[in-house]
Design a protein around this ligand. Structure first.
Ligand SMILES: *Cc1c(COP(=O)(O)O)cnc(C)c1O
Length: 395
């Protein structure tokens, strides 16, 4: 059986999105900046897509800037607000220890440029509270950036409440919503969000495209200099096929979203119940406050890498956490942030999927993970010591 369970890394391109894109490769290939009819036709498609994605998150079309993806949107959001803050002498930024590297590495750069960054601790359940944010905000804080849903463990943050705290204290609030948009309802107005990053390929859109929402009145700075595309805020000829495909994918993802969420949650609950039967393992992140389709477990006495390779042999594509860090031997910064010790954090497994995952595939996942975990434990000296009582179990 072949099972792709790594949607949090990337998804397949949806058929609807693919069909929507095709004419923009071969028929409507004009440059939207050209004045002739071929260009204007492309320009119309661009603006239709902008309207569509804006509507999906409750924003105005003029508040949307297309980018090359979630990483670029994160970079641009953070750099823009940092520049606005610096002008007023406000050089303090608040974030969390378990953000995506697109956020964390941008903040590290800003620290070298003289900004001060506070990274909030994450509770054991994978959640940061509005109280923590309120306590950390200072006179010189210009930005709070906290992800909507964590990409490794799937926990949802109390975004609306954190946004309310930021509004009250008059601090800009950015959220990396790459794992949330298209998976749970997101509305920038209801959720008190000033800036938000989205990536197309996490909801069956194409790769290499995303967008940044910035509330009216927030002046963005350029990450890429050049022509006057995107109101001068993001140079480069627009990737019309990708933009059209992303808009189609997002509209489709949000259609009947609550029904899909219920279906996916039921599959996830069965998966969690099945994997919980494995002794000395534990679900990472809060049981309730999570996106429907991401499950992450730690199993004691095994290496995540070996687990992944053996699952791959069984036709299962899974992840130990973030695709961006796989290949490195460091344990996940997310699992360390929620307090998992190194030896346990090494034995992690992330399975992520949507409504297209069959119930048979879920059963196959459970059975295969159980088999592989016990196979690896039988060969593990660490596991032998644990069984012999020479070491203490952590989980
Ligand atoms: C995938 C991901 C990104 C990066 O998006 P790209 O479009 O691949 O650049 C950023 N943040 C989170 C939370 C992600 O899951």
């Amino acid at each position: 059986m072949k099972v792709y369970a790594d949607n949090a890394a990337t998804t397949s391109l949806g058929e609807v999105a693919f069909a929507a894109m095709k004419p923009y490769f071969t028929e409507v290939y004009g440059n939207p900046s050209s004045l002739h009819s071929a260009g204007q036709e492309a320009k119309e498609a661009l603006e239709r897509a902008r309207n569509a994605v804006a509507q999906e998150i409750g924003a105005l079309p003029s508040e949307i800037t297309f980018t090359s993806g979630g990483s670029e949107a994160d970079n641009q959001a953070i750099r823009s607000v940092a520049a606005l803050g610096a002008k007023k002498g406000k050089k303090h930024i608040i974030s969390t220890k378990f953000e995506h590297h697109a956020v964390l590495h941008t903040l590290e750069k800003l620290e070298k440029e003289g900004f001060e960054v506070t990274l909030l601790d994450v509770h054991e359940n994978g959640i940061v509270t509005p109280e923590q944010v309120a306590e950390a905000i200072r006179e010189d804080t210009c930005l709070v950036t906290i992800m909507y849903a964590n990409n490794e463990i799937g926990t949802l943050q109390p975004i609306r409440e954190i946004g309310a705290v930021c509004r009250e204290k008059k601090v800009y609030f950015h959220t990396d919503a790459v794992q949330a948009v298209g998976h749970v309802p997101v509305n920038v107005k209801d959720d008190n969000i000033d800036l938000l990053s989205v990536s197309g390929h996490k909801f069956h859109g194409p790769k290499g495209i995303g967008f940044l929402y910035a509330k009216r009145g927030i002046l963005l700075s350029n990450v890429i200099e050049g022509g006057a595309q995107e109101r001068g805020k993001r140079a480069g000829t627009e990737n019309i096929p990708a933009i059209v495909g992303m808009a189609a994918a997002l509209t489709e993802a949000n259609t009947n979203l609550s029904e899909k969420m219920a279906i996916v949650s039921k599959k996830r609950d069965r998966l969690i119940a099945g994997l919980s039967e494995i002794p000395h393992g534990a679900l990472n992140g809060d049981r309730e406050h999570r996106v429907p389709g991401t499950v992450n477990f730690c199993f004691e006495g095994i290496e995540g890498e070996s687990l992944l390779l053996l699952l791959d042999d069984k036709g299962i594509c899974a992840s130990s956490g973030s695709a961006c860090t796989s290949g490195s031997l460091d344990p996940s910064h997310v699992l360390l942030a929620i307090g998992r010790p190194h030896e346990v954090a090494h034995g992690s497994l992330r399975l992520s999927f949507d409504e297209n995952m069959s119930d048979e595939a879920i059963e196959y996942l459970i059975e295969s993970v159980k088999d592989v975990v016990s196979y690896l434990r039988n060969m593990s000296p660490v596991w032998r010591d644990l069984q012999a009582g020479k070491r203490e179990y952590i989980l």
